[in-house]
Design a protein around this ligand. Structure first.
Ligand code: SAM
Ligand code: SF4
Length: 460
């Protein structure tokens, strides 16, 4: 790791940092690294903003609601900052992540008390930026140019750990330019971290007691980097290497793009027992006409074939997905094609959204914008279907023995909560096996979770 630039003013002036994270797991990973990055400078995490000297909003721009939440949160923090300064104290307010990247100066215009605005590729510079903000006292700093250096070379080697599970970002950015999506503009061009760096971070995670790792990327299966053998390694090859690390029991990856599911990845699902039989593979729409307008580079049939191949490679395979309803030009028959695809494939879980116009993306100014009422109606129909499938999938687990990684205490005494291979939350009558993977006989199912008891003598 290279040394991140530090400003002298930071040391011993501010002591507590509060981070609020919006959006995806990659933001959660980034926030955990910011905490680690500021730790050597004497910062401790604060649970509430009113105890903090530095407040950071790590933001998401993917849909308009996500962006608006940030402004409403900033409105609340303003009074707190005024009160602190009246009492002679200091409070630095920073907005980072994708809203910061996309809106830059607009944030300072709408919330002039913000001290610092920085993009998702610049957070390794935070020690220096916070120092500058302290010195500047008032005039906001904007750091949204894409830096030439990779932030990963400057970040502490630690994973975003939460008990026995960890996220590990291996890929970032996107070159696909789906016509609805801001990611290529906010996160920048596609970038894969070197294999050696990924393996080293994974080793650190296992040494810290992690049993399950989730490889992250905006398009994680577009991962490709030079391996120790000098050859180009894709995600499937990387997963095989990670599976060789002693102590690693579970591997997941998210989010994937159907166009990048290659033979090597499917073979990894067949051959690597640690690779979970579950994949979040967004389809967005079941209509080819809409997929073309979205610039998705796959048809609905490509998606069906991938689902079949994954199920052939691992017979107990389950899928989750993302759907957008009301994309510009979406007709009733296109929406019906989406419903048909959902019926045909069958999803264990899924996320579905109303299309949201994102500034600067081609679809935002496309003809045929769908009225809000139609979007709401379609979303309601789709979500009912997806909820029914999720409940059916959960109920089909009753009577089976699933391996569960127990993560933490449940709400009731004598109960631990963990995750099944399919990411279902499982409540287990158990007390002292937190951090272990145990076989659980599933006795009950609801729409969102399972319950069961330890199945003695079963293999996981
Ligand atoms: N890279 C993944 C892929 O291509 O499938 C998706 C990553 S994106 C950060 C997460 C999800 O947000 C997308 O799958 C999509 O369903 C949703 N999304 C992105 N832009 C959207 C928009 N403008 N309106 C509604 N949903 C959107
Ligand atoms: Fe956005 Fe995913 Fe499309 Fe990239 S591939 S532009 S991240 S939806």
């Amino acid at each position: 790791m290279k040394e991140a630039p530090i400003s002298g003013d930071v040391q011993h002036v501010v002591k507590r940092v509060f981070i609020k994270t919006y959006g995806c797991q990659m933001n959660a990973y980034d926030s955990a690294r910011v905490i680690k990055l500021l730790e050597p400078l004497g910062f401790l995490p604060a649970v509430e903003p009113d105890h903090a000297d530095v407040i950071i909003y790590n933001t998401c721009y993917i849909r308009d609601k996500a962006a608006e939440k940030v402004y409403s949160e900033l409105g609340k923090i303003r009074q707190m900052k005024i009160a602190r300064e009246r009492a002679g104290g200091t409070m630095i307010v920073a907005v980072g992540g994708c809203v910061a990247q996309a809106e830059g100066a607009e944030i300072l215009h709408r919330a002039p008390f913000v001290d610092l605005v920085y993009g998702p590729q610049s957070y390794h510079r935070l020690p220096e930026l916070i120092g500058r903000a302290l010195r500047k006292g008032g005039a906001g700093i904007i750091e949204t140019n894409f830096p030439i250096e990779s932030k990963f070379d400057y970040l502490p080697e630690t994973s975003a750990t939460d008990g026995p599970t960890a996220f590990l970002t291996v890929q970032e950015g996107c070159d696909k330019f789906c016509s609805f999506c801001v990611v290529p503009y906010t996160r920048g061009a596609e970038y894969s971290r070197p294999v050696a760096q990924v393996l080293s971070e994974a080793r650190h995670a296992f040494e810290a007691g992690v049993r399950e790792i989730t490889l992250l990327g905006q398009n994680v299966n577009a991962y490709h980097a030079e391996g120790p053998d000098g050859k180009d390694w894709g995600l499937g090859r990387l997963i095989r290497e990670l599976a060789e690390l002693a102590g690693l029991d579970r591997i997941r990856y998210t989010t994937s793009h159907p166009a990048d599911v290659d033979d090597e990845l499917i073979a990894a699902h067949r051959d690597v027992p640690q690779l979970m039989p579950f994949l979040h593979l967004p389809v967005q729409s079941g209509a080819d006409r809409i997929l073309r307008a979205m610039n998705r580079r796959h048809t609905a049939d490509v998606y069906r074939r991938i689902a079949d191949r994954l199920r052939a490679a691992q017979p107990d395979f389950a899928l989750s997905s993302d759907f957008i309803v009301g994309f510009p030009g979406e007709r009733e028959e296109d929406f019906l094609a989406t419903l048909n695809l959902v019926e045909e494939i069958g999803f264990a879980q899924a996320f579905s959204f109303k299309y949201s116009q994102r500034p600067g993306t081609p679809a935002a100014s496309a003809e045929g914008q769908v009225p809000e009422s139609v979007k709401s109606h379609r979303l309601d129909i789709l979500q009912r279907l997806l909820k029914r499938q999720q409940r059916d999938f959960n109920e089909a687990c009753v009577g089976k023995t699933l391996s569960v990684l127990l993560e933490k205490r449940g709400r009731h005494d004598g109960q631990l909560v963990g995750r099944s291979p399919y990411l279902q939350s499982v409540h287990v009558a158990a007390t002292d096996q937190a951090g272990e993977i145990v076989p659980v006989l599933i006795l009950g199912a609801s729409a969102n979770s399972l319950s069961g008891s330890l199945a003695k003598g079963c293999r996981v």
